[in-house]
Design a protein around this ligand. Structure first.
Ligand code: SF4
Length: 203
């Protein structure tokens, strides 16, 4: 083992790299995606390969949507998820994540950052699914609905609560990244390069 952890804990040396990254649940479990959005059979392979190449431990955050609505859910826009109950649910997950980041850091591990999912109304960082027409009424029976969405330059509900939670903790910062769910939500390659750069910086 190399790095700060190996130097400090020389008397209890083990095989760990001492570096880890937090990622949105569906990056490691495509089954969590709303039906129609899974882009790969099991995991986002390019990310997993990259993380293993850099020997980063992977902390899979709870999926806010599946843990709130179950796996049989419709795709929704941010306005629908932006209710106080879902925000409270997201805030609970965000607190747990920040606590976990803190405890690893307190014990000499290096946290590369948190990888979210652009395009998601929940985990989007730079963009999220929003309603295409602000005047359109959302809600009602699904078979009579004809909703239209677009991607707006706004974070999703979980990302907003995560950033709000980070701000409540004096001196606490953590780099945030996002891989797009779909091509319209950003460049997958560019986003992967940003994560790779961050991994190199903590190698
Ligand atoms: S983007 Fe977030 S809310 Fe959507 S499936 Fe992935 S982890 Fe769940």
């Amino acid at each position: 083992m190399t790095g700060k952890l190996g130097q400090i804990k020389d008397n209890i040396r083990d095989a760990r790299s001492g570096r880890l990254i937090f990622i949105s649940h569906c990056l490691l479990n495509q089954n969590a995606c709303v039906r129609g959005l899974a882009s790969q059979p099991a995991v986002i392979r390019q990310l997993l390969d990259l993380l293993l190449e850099h020997q980063a431990g992977i902390f899979q955050m709870t999926c806010p949507e599946v843990s709130y609505l179950g796996s049989m859910r419709w795709g929704q826009v941010k306005k629908q998820y932006g209710n106080p109950m879902f925000r409270r649910h997201c805030r609970r997950i965000a607190r747990e994540v920040c606590d976990q980041v803190q405890t690893y850091r307190d014990n000499d591990h290096r946290v590369v950052g948190i990888v979210l999912r652009d395009g998601s109304p929940t985990c989007g960082l730079r963009c999220a699914a929003v309603e295409a027409d602000r005047d359109q009424v959302w809600g009602g029976m699904v078979w009579s609905a004809s909703p239209r969405q677009r991607f707006g330059n706004t974070p999703g509900v979980y990302s907003e609560e995560l950033q709000a939670e980070i701000l409540t903790r004096p001196g606490f910062t953590v780099p945030l990244f996002a891989l797009p769910e779909v091509a319209e939500a950003g460049s997958f390659e560019k986003s992967l390069e940003e994560i790779e750069q961050a991994l190199k910086e903590v190698d």
